[in-house]
Design a protein around this ligand. Structure first.
Ligand SMILES: [Fe+2]
Length: 209
């Protein structure tokens, strides 16, 4: 037994809890589904024009943009503390709509710290998460809706899609050191597209240009 115990590495001692260092309004944050805003945090807004290059049907994108530049999604986030073991989280709201047959979507990203995973909690609406393994390109379309939780593994590009008729509201919780890397998706986009076919969401391979 002692042999076994000797082979167990001692658990790493976490740094002292920085409770006193965390602002009171970072310990408790109120939100409403209507505003989809975390407390008084600023909202990062993305409009249609910001999504240039994301949608598969470029002609439909340009046609839609000529009609206006609607807000597609916004995100507010809380970053209570940095450092090993700490968490950040963000609340997103993605509007319903389509460009051609493709549902409204977020830009999508990898984490700058590639091993960092993330938890998405569906709070309102109906949508999905497009997951793509960075190394293999393996893709999954996972439902994201009220009363559901989606696990995004590390090393996985992820994009949110609204497949419903109402705003999709969700909470994303991630390690404080995750960071956001948008460059690979901006350069290569996802290998698959989420379109509506016969009234249902479907994952189809992106057509090569
Ligand atoms: Fe993320």
């Amino acid at each position: 037994m002692s042999q076994i115990r000797d082979n167990i590495k001692p658990a790493q001692v976490p740094p002292p809890c920085p409770l006193a260092a965390i602002a009171r309004d970072d310990l408790f944050v109120h939100y409403t589904l209507e505003s989809a805003r975390l407390g008084n945090r600023p909202m990062v807004e993305r409009r249609l024009a910001d999504l240039r290059g994301c949608f598969a049907d470029e002609a439909a994108f340009e046609a839609a943009l000529r009609q206006g530049n609607p807000l597609l999604y916004s995100v507010s986030s809380v970053e209570p503390a940095a450092g090993d073991g700490q968490l950040h989280y963000g609340l997103g709201i993605l509007q319903p709509g389509k460009i051609g047959a493709e549902y409204y979507l977020t830009k999508g990203h990898l984490h700058a710290h590639r091993p960092a995973a993330e938890i998405y909690v569906g709070l309102a609406g109906e949508g999905a998460m497009l997951l793509e393994d960075e190394a293999t390109g393996e893709s999954r379309l996972v439902p994201l809706r009220t009363h559901s939780v989606v696990y995004v593994p590390g090393h996985t590009a992820h994009r949110t899609v609204n497949t419903g008729a109402a705003p999709l509201v969700y909470l994303g919780i991630y390690p404080s050191n995750a960071g956001h890397d948008y460059a690979p998706v901006a350069k290569n986009n996802f290998r698959h597209v989420v379109i509506e076919r016969d009234g249902k969401p479907m994952l189809v391979p992106r057509e090569k240009k």
